[in-house]
Design a protein around this ligand. Sequence first.
Ligand SMILES: C[S@@+](CC[C@H](N)C(=O)[O-])C[C@H]1O[C@@H](n2cnc3c(N)ncnc32)[C@H](O)[C@@H]1O
Length: 189
Amino acid sequence: MKVRESGMPDEPVWSSFFEPEMVLKAMLVDEHIDDLCEIGCGYGTFTLPAARIIGGELFGFDIEAAMVAVVNQKLLAGRISNVRLAVRDVLKLTTGLESASIDYVMLFNLLHHDKPEELFGEAFRVLKQHGRLGILHWRSDIATPRGPDLSIRPSPERILQLFDNNQFAVEKPTFFIGKYHYGMVLQKQ
Ligand SMILES: C[S@@+](CC[C@H](N)C(=O)[O-])C[C@H]1O[C@@H](n2cnc3c(N)ncnc32)[C@H](O)[C@@H]1O
């Protein structure tokens, strides 16, 4: 099942909202990360820069074949060889990755799903102990030029209520990124 309102505008419009390297640094994606999982890779806005930073492999998933094709083209052009992409409905099928095998899960601009806890569950399963879950989303407190309807955007407070404190602790509390987004980084307990 595709996450509601998770379609993308044209790529130049989408890209104009982010400085990916700055975002990844703020989200604690660094060279100490070995393997990383990205759910909903979209145009690869964060996929390629993250793949250049991490030490291991990046496993990326998107329900849209067109998105995966676009990112695969960019990987070829950029000669990036540590990314494995799959067209996959992660909500229906999970990622299929081995449990406790991943150091970082990126859930970027996807948590307006009506049951975000389903995505937390999969992140928890695949992460190693002390692995990180990075959450980036459109701010829920202001109107923005793009993004899902304000009524379905999760606030940071709502996200903190939804995750299980026995599963995740806050490593980096909520902070604003750019004009329109917030981030937080959780750590698997
Ligand atoms: C709003 S875009 C964000 C893309 C990227 N994370 C970013 O921040 O640039 C959300 C992406 O998630 C994908 N998506 C939606 N539902 C999904 C599902 N059930 N399984 C895998 N991908 C999904 C969409 O096709 C879309 O490309």
